[in-house]
Write a protein that binds this ligand. Structure first.
Ligand code: NAP
Length: 316
């Protein structure tokens, strides 16, 4: 049951740039928000190294450091944070009920800023060798591959970024991409193409990660999608960088979303299909997906929630 202790004017689900910016704005509007951290406190920037494209940091800043600053800034104005994961949401009536492992809280408004998580290839060998040479985070695991040979799967900015970062440790990094053209931005492409430690395997997919019987990655089985040729190559590590899926399972069937699971918001706002529920950041943006755009939509969600509460108060 909602009480003075467990009821908040604004509950924010997620603590990446979107969630913490929403917290900063709503706390400065004296709405005493609660941020529920979620599975990855701090979001995807916690597993990023140098962030060179967040305005205000001319020398760049480390992802975890940026998130630490955002959290402290939100807390300075009275944001409360809870290190828990949402298990169930009741959006059928207000205040909205948010059930977590450690109990329930209630929100007069709700801001969904639950972000997105890395995709995997879906191979059984990949699952078995996760943490044993298979990773989706070069920042977290690159250090273990000093002077080793590794592959990065994918052709987007993430794959280029992971590969470039891995060259700090690995002797050789091979990017395996399923087409003969990269999706990555020109500047990121150039950086990897120019790097003498990086080479490319085009038109190729990883059919199997080898080494299950040894409990460590020993190589990859690669299939050329044009010729059909299958070949095994020795490698010490596999980094998967093939995009992301929004963390919106908890609102599935409760909020309108697109076919990929991104929450639909009304244009020029963060309003969802349920009045009083707002969505921001990667949970609703499948296109820009930048820290700065996430922060921007977090600010929008905060303003939308504040207006919603104000209008409601005016009606009463
Ligand atoms: P992405 O742009 O969606 O690229 C995913 C890549 O993985 C694509 O090349 C795709 O191939 C490949 N792929 C997808 N599923 C696959 C599968 N099952 N098997 C093999 N390959 C597969 O994702 P992202 O690289 O994570 O980037 C996401 C967003 O974040 C982008 O907007 C990007 O600009 C941004 N980002 C920016 C930076 C930066 O500026 N510093 C860094 C990282 C990410 P196809 O090309 O054939 O579809």
């Amino acid at each position: 049951m909602a009480t003075d202790e467990n009821r908040y004017q604004v509950v924010i689900i997620g603590s990446g740039p979107a969630g913490l910016t929403a917290a900063l704005y709503t706390s400065r509007a004296m709405l005493s928000p609660l941020v529920i951290d979620g599975i990855e406190p701090g979001g995807q920037l916690m597993i990023t190294t140098d962030v060179d494209n967040y305005p205000g940091f001319p020398e760049g800043i480390l992802g975890p450091e940026l998130m630490d600053k955002m959290r402290k800034q939100a807390e300075r104005f009275g944001t409360k944070t809870l290190n828990d994961v949402v298990e169930e949401l009741d959006l059928s009536k207000r205040p909205f009920k948010i059930s977590m492992g450690n109990g329930d809280v209630y929100g007069d408004t709700l801001i969904i800023a639950s972000g997105a998580s890395a995709n995997w290839l879906g191979l059984e060998s990949e699952e078995k060798l996760k943490g044993r040479g298979v990773s989706a985070c070069a920042t977290c695991d690159g250090f273990f591959f000093q002077d080793k040979e590794v592959v990065v799967v994918g052709g987007g900015d993430s794959a280029m970024e992971e590969a470039t970062f891995l060259t700090k440790f690995a002797r050789r990094v091979t990017i395996i991409h399923r087409r003969d053209q990269l999706r990555a931005s020109k500047i990121m492409q150039e950086k990897s193409v120019k790097n003498p430690k990086i080479d490319f395997m085009w038109d190729s997919v990883v059919d199997e990660i080898l080494g299950v019987e040894k409990n460590e990655v020993t190589g990859v089985r690669v299939r050329n999608v044009k010729t059909g040729e299958i070949k095994d190559f020795p490698y010490d590590g596999v980094f998967v960088a093939i995009g992301h899926t929004p963390n919106t399972q908890v609102v599935k069937g409760k909020l309108e979303m697109d076919t990929n699971g991104y929450i639909t918001t009304q244009s020029h706002s963060t309003k969802t299909s349920v009045p009083g529920v707002f969505a921001c950041g990667d949970a609703q943006d499948s296109y820009y997906r930048q820290a700065v755009t996430a922060a921007g939509t977090g600010c929008m969600a905060a303003i939308d929630a504040e207006k919603f509460l104000e209008e409601e108060e005016a009606e009463d």
